[in-house]
Design a protein around this ligand. Structure first.
Ligand code: SF4
Length: 109
């Protein structure tokens, strides 16, 4: 199984990463809301603006222990990321893609 390098967290970033974890009085923890975390704090923890398809691909590689071949063969077709796991938007290949996307979405009940 070929390993593909993906997001790793250097130890030097540990304090910045810790700053993104909220510690509650009852000792439980939760991730901070990224919508309100200062950009500088996100950057310090190693998060930077990325194309969303690249982000999805990195998550899929993480899900498959870095094995690109396993991402390609993923059978979890109900996963919301599944159509995008090859770093392509399959809905973007259709002619008149905007109209195609709108037509192909199921009606909301
Ligand atoms: S599409 Fe497959 S590889 Fe990607 S996150 Fe979902 S289950 Fe994991």
């Amino acid at each position: 199984m070929k390993k593909v390098p993906h997001a790793t967290i250097p130890p030097s970033r540990a304090p910045a990463i810790d700053a993104l974890i909220v510690r509650n009085p009852d000792q439980s923890t939760e991730g901070a809301d990224p919508r309100v975390v200062p950009i500088a704090d996100l950057n310090a923890a190693g998060h930077f603006p990325e194309p969303i398809l690249k982000v999805i691909r990195e998550k899929c590689l993480d899900c498959c222990a870095g094995a690109a071949s396993e991402v390609r063969k993923c059978t979890a077709v109900k996963c919301a990321l599944w159509p995008y796991r090859m770093r392509k938007n399959p809905f973007a290949r259709a002619p008149g893609r905007g109209a195609h996307f709108r037509r192909s979405r199921p009606e909301t009940p």
